[in-house]
Write a protein that binds this ligand. Structure first.
Ligand code: ATP
Length: 429
């Protein structure tokens, strides 16, 4: 069978085609039956008249959401969406629903279904083209970013999720039974990607699951999420990392615009950069209360994005030079006696989407910083050993693509942007 996708039908007017699709809706109009057929690429109106009595009755008996193979001729029809329709000749039902859908699939009624229900019935909500588009957007964004990495000498690595020790802090880590001992689920690929740098791969990127045993109930947090990470060697400062990240994101946005969202604004480079200290000043001038001086609350992140958007037109802003107190021991300090680090967060439309930094590659300084944070050098031994055989200056970022897609598509939660989200209360389907 030579299957045609629905989005290819417009170029096949006058031709006989075979499509495979779901039955969306069926309508009768006088002696004519109309059936909307939906595949992953689009929706087409198919039509059958009473003169084809057997087929007419077959269509009449169709259950919505059945899966079918349909043959027909693509013909002009100015009334139909796209200006054409499929004049049916053969219809074969491949699968028929046993029960009606538990929730409405399309239209206004579908918009009113609660998020919890939408997630419970993902196999139904994915049939809504708007929901399917969320996951097409992930693919295109990643394709664009991957193109950037591939064009800039990055190597993809595949780090493990199982670890023998809790990676960075010990808190927020899931433990699992591992034969006669315990293993932990990686809360970031941080240590592994730095090992790749010590190993001489110079530039690496990865896509993988990240686990956080945080009892968070926000629209930004899940217990498992997909992380995009990269790490690069021979940098002079965190500025090189920011320049790389914004270029990679821009490449992702170009791909999104070319594939799915022709009206999307591709961000202009460079993204604005403001230090934490400057951000606090701007917030104060705007009359926004700060409960602490060393970090931004979610409200402050929203407010600073609004201020930057007003001043520069940018949806993105790097907040740089976070104080040591809120950064992990492996972030490099601006200088030996500086209270601040060569680090940054990237905010997009009011939400943090990524954290990055230049890492401390000098083993003596790294050990000292770990001790200052009250960490045990013995527990960190495997990690610290990576740096004992020589390691170039390097830095990188961890990106949460779910949050980017959430903001890009104006979704209410990162869970809506996630194929099968996992949170404190949700482990199924
Ligand atoms: P937050 O301060 O929002 O809790 P974080 O500082 O813990 O985030 P990082 O450890 O820096 O986040 O992780 C890098 C990126 O991964 C974040 O910028 C965010 O985009 C994403 N991310 C972090 N935690 C979560 C989570 N629980 N669920 C979904 N995405 C997350």
């Amino acid at each position: 069978m030579n299957r045609t996708y629905i989005d290819e039908l417009g170029e096949k007017r006058g031709e006989e085609v075979t499509i495979q699709a779901w039955v969306d809706t069926i309508r009768k109009h006088g002696g004519v039956q109309f059936v909307l057929l939906r595949d992953v690429s689009g929706i087409v109106q198919a039509v059958v008249t009473k003169s084809q009595l057997e087929l007419f009755n077959q269509v009449k008996g169709l259950k919505p959401e059945s899966v079918v193979t349909a043959e027909g001729i693509v013909q002009e029809e100015t009334q139909a969406p796209g200006g054409f329709e499929l004049a049916l000749t053969v219809l074969q039902v491949l699968s028929e629903p046993q029960v009606p859908p538990a929730i409405p699939i399309r239209g206004e009624e579908a918009d009113e279904v609660s998020m919890a229900n939408r997630l419970d019935y993902r196999w139904l909500t994915l049939r809504n083209p708007e929901t399917a588009k969320i996951f097409k957007a992930w693919t295109e964004l990643e394709k664009g970013m991957r193109g950037f990495f591939e064009g800039n000498r990055f190597i993809q690595i595949y780090p493990p999720a199982l670890m023998n020790a809790a990676s960075e802090s010990g808190a927020e880590v899931f433990s699992v039974d591992y034969f006669d001992s315990k293993a932990y689920l990686a809360q970031s690929p941080q240590f592994f990607k730095q090992m790749a740098i010590a190993g001489g791969l110079e530039r690496v990127y990865m896509v993988g699951p990240v686990f956080r045993a945080e009892p968070s109930f926000t629209s930004r947090h899940m217990t498992e999420f997909t992380g995009w990470d990269f790490e690069m060697a021979f940098i002079e400062s965190h500025e090189n990392v920011m320049a790389t990240e914004e270029a990679a994101l821009c490449s992702g946005f170009v791909q999104l615009k070319e594939s799915l969202f022709p009206d999307l604004e591709v961000p202009t480079l460079p993204f604005p950069r403001i230090t934490m200290a400057e951000a606090k000043k701007l917030l104060q001038q705007a009359g926004i209360q700060s409960s602490r001086t060393d970090d931004l609350s979610p409200e402050e992140e929203r407010a600073i994005c609004e201020i930057v958007r007003e001043q520069t037109g940018s949806d993105f802003v790097f907040i740089t030079e976070y104080p040591r107190s809120v950064r992990p021991f492996y972030h490099m300090r601006i200088s030996e006696d500086s209270p601040n680090t060569r680090s940054f967060d990237l905010l997009y439309k009011g939400v943090e989407i990524s954290t990055g930094a230049q890492r401390e590659h000098r083993i003596d300084v790294l050990e000292q910083q770990a001790i200052e944070k009250g960490m045990s050098l013995k527990d960190l031994e495997d990690y610290l050993n990576f740096f004992r055989n020589g390691c170039p200056p390097h830095g990188g970022v961890g990106i949460g693509p779910g949050r980017i897609i959430m903001k890009l598509l104006d979704l209410s939660s990162v869970k809506e942007a996630t194929f099968l989200p996992r949170d404190v209360k949700r482990l199924r389907p």
